[in-house]
Structure formats: C-alpha cells, structure tokens
Design a protein around this ligand. Structure first.
Ligand code: FES
Length: 570
C-alpha cells in the first residue's frame, strides 16, 4: 500500500489531537495496535426496527466485521438514516436525498479508509450509494437479501399479490379473515420484498454496476450464504483499500450501460431509472433518459419473476441468480469495466450455471423478446415519461382514450369508486401533482387502482398517467415520471376531463390531443396548488429538487464533495 491511509489524519496524529482521537475510541476496548495503521473500514448500516426489510442487518454487520478483522482491517459500524417503505409517510422518496446527505457527511467527517454499505429496502440502496459516490473512497455494497417466498392456501405469494388481494377484497372475492391470513403468510422471514420489485432491482443494480461481490442480488436474507457473502465482502474491502478501487473507478459510463441492459433482462423496476440517473450525476457520468431507451430496449426478458412473471427471488437464487443472467448477456455487455473485486463483470460470471430454465432463460429463448422500460415523449411529457413494457398490457400500447382527471391523490381516493364516475375500459386515468415538487417526494401512486365498477366487470388494466412513480412490485399500462411535472406547469397540469390522449409506445409517443393555442389559453388561468410545507427539510427539498428525468436529486448535491476535510476536529 503506497498511498497514505486517510484515517492516519486522525489516528496517526501525535500530541493533543491524536490523544483525543484515540483515547475516546479506547473506551470501547480497542487495543492500541488497532490504531497503528490498519485500514479503518466503516460499516454504514441502515438497520432499523422501523425498516423491517433491514431489521437483520446488524447480524450481517457482524459477518462483515469478521471478514474485515481477518483481512487485517479495523471495522467500525455506524448508523445512517434508514428508509422503510412500509411505514414512512408521506413517501420514502422524499427522504432519499436526505439519507444520502447523512451518508455522505458521516463518511466524510470520520476517519474511514473504506466503507461497506448495508442496504435492503428500496431507497436504502440508492441513498447510500449516492452519498458514498460523492465522497469517493473505496466502497462495497452488501444487500440484505430477499425474504423467503410466502405461502397462502398452499400457493406461493409475494408483494405483487397485495394488489390482487386488494382488488379481490374490494369486489368481495376475499373475506376479511382471509385478507388477514394472507397478511400473516406473506412476510414470513427477514429480508426485503421477495419479487423483482425495487429492492431486488436495486440489489441487482449494485451487482451489475460492479459495486458488490458476484451473487449479491438473490441470496435470501435467511440463507446462511448471505452471511458468507458479507464475510467475504469484509475481507475484500480491506484489499480494495490497498488497491485503491473507488466508486469512480468502477462507475464508468460503460458500467452504467451494463446495468441498464441487465435491468431490462431482469424486468427491473421503473424506479431504477430515477435512482441510476441520480447516482450517475453524483460521479459525473453523463447519463440521460434516452440512454435507458437506447440501451434498455430490444433486450430480451431472461427471468420469469414477479411482477412480470411467475417466480420469486428465492427461486431466482436456486436457479443460479444474477450471475447466470450476466453470463447469458455477456456478448452484449462491456467487458472493459472493473468491479469491486478488480475483475470485469463478464469475467466474474463466466462460469455461472443455470439450474432451472423455467426461471432464467437463454437469450435465444427469452420470456419476452423485448423487455425493458420505454421512454416516451410528446406534448404531455417533452422531457420524457417512462413505461415498464414488460408489465403492461399489449393491447393498450397503442390506444386513444378520454382522460379522467384527478387533481390530487386525495381527489383520486375520494372519487375512484364513485358509481357515478364517468369511466370505462378505454378511459385514461390522469393523476396530477404527485411529482418531485408537487407531492412533494414523487410518491409511488402512479399505478392507481382501477375503479370498483370496472373491476366488477372483470377489467384488469387501463391506461394510467402521472408524474409520480409506481412500486416496483406493481404492474399495468402505467406511464410514470412525466417531466416536466404538473406542479411546475408541465402540460399534465392542463389536462381536462374528456380530453383525448394518444398512446403509441412503438413510436415512443404520449400525446395530448389539444391544440397548442388551447393549451396556451388554459395555462393563463392555471396556478399550482398551494403547499403547506413552509419549514425544515421539506421546504428545502421543494426548492431544490430536480425533475425526475434528472434523477430527482437536490441540485446542490449533484457531483462530489470528495474525501478531504482540511480542518481538524474542534
Ligand atoms: Fe422493503 Fe419492499 S417494503 S423492500
């Protein structure tokens, strides 16, 4: 190791400052030689009992520590803000950037030579990766892993079934008692959602970017091999300090392109787009919405996982996991990238074996020919909107329908089941003011549930459009992330009931069939709804959050702060 360890600026000091830095640490019982030049490895933990998906991460931290000690490092675990999808109001996305700031400043301010990020539930991954990228010291990600598959009435269930259970209970096909049984049967072990939702998408993202050791995405949280991976990650991160492999070495444009292709191959969540864009902007890589369409389109769907398919993350792991997908895709992937173990993505996975072709297919016999997320543009979304085509209804990809407009999420909730609502199977549901600034926080409400009266008729999908996001576990013909958003005066704000909307996914078009003159006229009388957030973080968020096509980061967080803090502790 030639480069001076960053931690020596603290623990290597003599005199009063060195005394203070070491003495207080010694109250935890660390012997003096721990401070004599071992790489200090931060274990940045999103453990929280309020984030059930991450509630087991202290166990994984212990496994990481074993590996760090063994590798000759000095591990120190610390907490950062944890974001639990299920409990936090109004939406965890509002806090992704805050958690990234916490991560960035916690790493930067402390005597760390490298970090292991312990993540799981959706936003805990991008927030920590964004923060660590802005500091740019050696970083390795360990995901918490998915839950074991749930079983209800002898059938496999996972998070995606919530939407089905809700519709069934709404139309009386499921009793209240059965609804409660299903609730107890689904989340039966530690770990995050067991489908290819956002958490699994994020775990696949870090593996395909090269930020984790191979195999990270699919090992179930309850499987002892998750601890083995954690242990090995602890060992490896110490070597990364010696080899000085930083996020900026791993996260080149080519690595992002690989991640986009692999995300299409696994049918990953649309949230991938907004998070990957934000990460790219932290490391200074020029990644645009068009890149997701260019590189993500025409990629075959290689996994048969919910919500696009039938199986669960546990099945994915037993079938060989992401390494098999990467091997299958190898001819389409960039090989001149490095991952955290110093080797390329394709080199790492060249010997992967598939054990179940009903879960992971070959490129020649994919589950769908063209997967991925499609980026559409038009007068409704000049800066773009996205649709997860693998989870949408083919028949609706080319469509004209009349808009049924909801002016807020509350308006939608109040009227969607009104028997008098003028809606049919050809209608297009439009939801306004759920974007980054409008909600605020770009909530996961874009996959609006269908009106009861259509569900009772057996209608399963209609076109839906909003400037919000949707859960990675959801499905349907849902256009999301409309940019510019309605709150800043995008044309979405001007849609009225009965306006005709034209959808043409093959030609990447989403068009409001209203003349420019009429839209100009409507704009004159338009003003955004008033927000009640006049203080604190949310107030700052509304002022500084960027639009979704730019990753919805705070404008002043784009880029890096770096790892050097010139002033001593005072
Ligand atoms: Fe945490 Fe789904 S709620 S991953």
């Amino acid at each position: 190791m030639n480069k001076k360890l960053r931690s020596r600026d603290w623990f290597g000091k003599t005199g009063r400052d060195g005394f203070i830095y070491r003495s207080w640490m010694k109250n935890q019982g660390f012997p003096a030689d721990e401070f004599e030049g071992k790489p200090v490895i931060g274990i940045c933990n999103t453990w929280s009992e309020l984030t059930p998906c991450n509630a087991h991460l202290r166990d994984l931290a212990e496994a990481v520590k074993r590996g760090v000690w063994e590798g000759g490092g000095f591990p120190l675990e610390f907490p950062v803000m944890s974001l639990g999808e299920t409990l936090m109001r109004p939406t965890t996305m509002l806090y992704r950037n805050l958690a990234s700031m916490d991560t960035e400043e916690s790493i930067r301010a402390n005597p760390l030579d490298a970090v292991v990020l312990l993540v799981g539930c959706d936003k805990t991954t991008p927030s920590l990766v964004m923060g660590a990228c802005s500091v740019d010291i050696p970083t390795l990600v360990v995901s918490g892993g998915p839950m074991l598959t749930g079983y209800f009435k002898g059938k496999k269930i996972g998070t995606t079934d919530i939407w089905r259970f809700t519709s069934e209970s709404k139309r009386g096909a499921l009793t209240d008692e059965e609804f409660k049984q299903a609730e107890a049967s689904m989340c039966r072990s530690q770990g995050h959602c067991a489908v290819m939702g956002t958490a699994s998408t994020m775990a696949s993202m870090v593996e395909s970017l090269g930020l984790s050791l191979p195999g990270n995405a699919a090992i179930p949280a309850a499987d002892s091999r998750r601890k083995v991976l954690s242990h090995q990650s602890g060992r490896r991160v110490v070597e990364m300090v010696k080899e000085d492999i930083k996020p900026s070495d791993v996260l080149t444009k080519k690595a992002f392109i690989n991640a986009i292709k692999i995300n299409s191959a696994v049918g990953g969540s649309t949230n991938f787009i907004v998070h990957l864009t934000a990460i790219a902007r932290r490391v200074g890589v020029d990644l645009t919405l068009d890149d997701f369409d260019t590189y993500g389109r025409n990629v075959p769907l290689l996994v048969n996982l919910m919500p696009s398919g039938d199986h669960f993350m546990e099945d994915f792991y037993y079938a060989g996991g992401l390494p098999v997908v990467i091997k299958e895709m190898s001819e389409q992937l960039n090989d001149d990238v490095i991952t955290v173990n110093g080797r390329s993505l394709t080199e790492n996975n060249k010997d992967a074996e598939c054990y179940n072709r009903d879960v992971i297919s070959t490129v020649n016999k994919p589950f769908q020919k063209n997967s991925g997320t499609t980026v559409v543009k038009g007068n409704l979304c000049p800066d773009g909107a996205v649709i997860k085509t693998s989870a949408a209804t083919k028949r609706l990809m080319q469509h004209r329908g009349k808009a049924v407009v909801f002016e807020s999420i509350e308006d939608y909730l109040a009227r969607i089941d009104d028997p008098g609502l003028d809606v049919d199977e050809d209608s297009v549901l439009v939801l306004k003011y759920v974007g980054p600034k409008g909600y605020p926080g770009m909530a996961e409400v874009g996959n609006m549930g269908l009106p009861k009266k259509l569900l009772e008729k057996g209608v399963e999908d209609i076109v839906r459009i909003s400037d919000g996001r949707m859960s990675g576990t959801a499905y349907g013909t849902v256009f999301l992330h409309v940019s510019p958003e309605s709150y800043i005066g995008g044309n979405l704000a001007l849609v009225q009931n009965g306006d005709v909307i034209e959808v043409d996914v093959a030609n990447r078009r989403l068009h409001l069939d209203v003349s420019d003159e009429e839209l100009e006229e409507r704009k004159k009388n338009w003003k955004p709804p008033e927000h009640e957030f006049d203080r604190g973080y949310v107030n700052m968020y509304i002022k500084h959050v960027e639009q979704s096509h730019l990753g919805a980061d705070l404008d002043f967080l784009v880029g890096k702060s770096g790892s050097i803090v010139k002033r001593d502790s005072h």
